[in-house]
Each structure stands twice: as structure tokens, then as C-alpha cells.
Design a protein. Structure first.
Length: 212
């Protein structure tokens, strides 16, 4: 299996990776199409196809910070007919190795996961399963950091932030995380520094980040 960066929007690799994105990610959690293409053009927001021979079995979208010491996994997924075979774990580990190689100055991988949905046992169980999946891979939940996903089409979606430590001596200071989320809101979602949701995040930010 190979994790290949996809640049050519006219390629079959691109089409297959985008098909998995649309299949796996709820529409309200996806970026508007034009913003997605504009972000890819910047070079910091990168699309990767997880390929066996010429068969695209998964994808990942990773944002590399130009100012702070983190990369942000915006999305990643395995094709629906291949799930349950351990490929998701393999893909996550490939992303970790790629980030370490491509940007060795970075200390953390950050990403969002769905929060528990009160009153919906099935979705709550699914959320718990996802958090356990990432924890098995070495990631930790930022337990006391409130977060909502800035959906472009719906009201903000309650989520949780998780972090994966790329190097043993890496430290995640509160201001670093606050700046990281501000950069994501600005550079990925196109929100301004006076955005109401970003102000809500900053107002509720703890003095120390607890990871578990």
C-alpha cells in the first residue's frame, strides 16, 4: 500500500479519492466545493490517496501549518466495502509517518471526532467506538477543551478534539492549541478573527489542557 499525494484534479486517483470523501463524510461536515479546490491550490492543504496497485482504498486530507508546530487531519476514511479489515489503522500510521518525514519540525497531529450524541444510543456508541479506535493508535482526547465544528451549511456541530504526539518531548501548551484552532478556522474554514464561534471557543478555553 502507498500513500500518494494527489495534485492533478483530472486524474483517476483524484476522482476515486473524492468519491470516498463524499461517501464517508456527512455533507454538513464537508467544505464547500470551491473552497475545497482553493485550499488544495495553496499547497498546505494536501490530498492523499491510499493505493494498492491502482486501486484507491482510502484517502486523507491533511493541513500543514506554516506558523505553528502542528498538522491537522481534516478528513480520512477507508472505502466502505473495505472497512473492518484494519486498513484504517494502517492509514493513520501512514499519515503519521508522512507528516514526520514531510515536516519534521511539527510536534502534533490534531483532528476532530464526533462527540457523543445525547438521546441517540446508536450514534453515541459509534462516537465511543471512534474515540477508542484513535486511542488504541496513541491519540488522546483533549478532555476539557470545548469545541464545535464550523459547518458551512448547518449550525455548529459539537465535536471533540484529539491530539497525537509526534515526538516524545513534544508539549501542547494552551496558547499553542488556541492559535492552532484559530489558524484552522481562518485558513480552512474562512472565518475571521472576530467570528462568533471562534470567540466562543476562546472564551471557554481552559488554563491547562488535560489529555486522556
Amino acid at each position: 500500500m502507498q500513500l500518494l499525494r494527489v495534485i492533478d484534479r483530472k486524474s483517476q486517483l483524484f476522482a476515486d479519492a473524492i468519491a470516498i470523501l463524499h461517501e464517508a463524510i456527512a455533507s454538513e461536515a464537508q467544505l464547500p466545493e470551491q473552497r475545497f479546490y482553493d485550499l488544495l491550490a495553496t499547497g498546505r492543504y494536501q490530498l492523499f490517496a491510499y493505493v494498492r496497485d491502482v486501486d484507491v482504498q482510502g484517502f486523507a486530507l491533511v493541513y500543514f501549518s506554516g506558523q505553528f508546530r502542528f498538522a491537522w487531519i481534516d478528513y480520512f476514511a477507508i472505502r466502505s466495502d473495505l472497512r473492518g479489515r484494519g486498513l484504517g489503522s494502517e492509514l493513520f500510521r501512514e499519515i503519521v509517518q508522512l507528516v514526520r518525514k514531510q515536516s519534521p519540525r511539527l510536534d502534533w497531529l490534531l483532528f476532530e471526532v464526533d462527540d457523543d450524541y445525547e438521546g441517540d444510543p446508536e450514534r453515541e456508541a459509534d462516537c465511543v467506538r471512534r474515540v477508542r479506535f484513535y486511542r488504541r493508535l496513541g491519540a488522546r482526547v483533549l478532555e476539557n477543551v470545548p469545541y464545535k465544528f464550523p459547518s458551512a451549511s448547518l449550525a455548529p456541530i459539537r465535536m471533540r478534539l484529539m491530539a497525537y504526539q509526534l515526538y516524545l518531548n513534544a508539549r501542547l501548551f494552551p496558547d499553542d492549541l488556541k492559535h492552532a484552532v484559530g489558524e484552522i478556522f481562518t485558513n480552512i474554514h474562512g472565518r475571521g478573527s472576530d467570528d462568533q464561534l471562534l470567540r466562543w471557543f476562546e472564551a471557554g478555553f481552559p488554563e491547562a489542557v488535560h489529555m486522556k
